[in-house]
Write a protein that binds this ligand. Sequence first.
Ligand SMILES: [Ca+2]
Length: 218
Amino acid sequence: MKVKGIIAATLALAAAAVMTVGFAACGDDLPEGFKEYVMEAEYVAGIENVQGAGMSSNQSGYDLIYGDGTDAQKELGWSEGYYVGYTYSPNFSMDFKFTADKAGTATIVLRLGSEIGDITLTPDEFEITLNGTSLQYGSIFVECGAANDMSKMTFSDKTITSSAQIKEGENTLNLSVHANELRGGQTGGPAIDYVKITTDAKLDYKQNTDNPSKRGGI
Ligand SMILES: [Ca+2]
């Protein structure tokens, strides 16, 4: 098993670190022509410029990524075995950029978790904008999967909107934490596994699969 793991890791390193995703997951129950596109938070281009904070320390850039990509972590429900945590800063702002081959309507789902108790997010605490327009999603309840223990995080998919208007060409979905009292009176936020967009437009975006390996740098 160990040898197998090493070979797999070597192959992964040998593969291009940046993969352009133009395919989609299966979706048997989707309307004709619609596809699901999953953008992993941990693979986002530009994560090196994102600021965050943990329970007792500042965290930023690649170090916002939690997880080791292990099978056990994938079995916990962490897509790809990683997620972005340490979102407890009013400076947290993360862009998911993609291009679309045409304008269209899209369903946007975020896969979220919490280690700071059950939290209810509204655009006041956790703003989601698409091309600069704030998505008025009402509120999202995120159940606490593992209090104060990121290693046991659990996630669930939250539908933000089923009527997002994407445009032809470049689009930017931004997730921002605003000052709030979600974490015992201090600013808190959700753990973010991925963003999933379902649309009949063809989407392209970069996934920097080597982001996790860049943690711990200067
Ligand atoms: Ca993930």
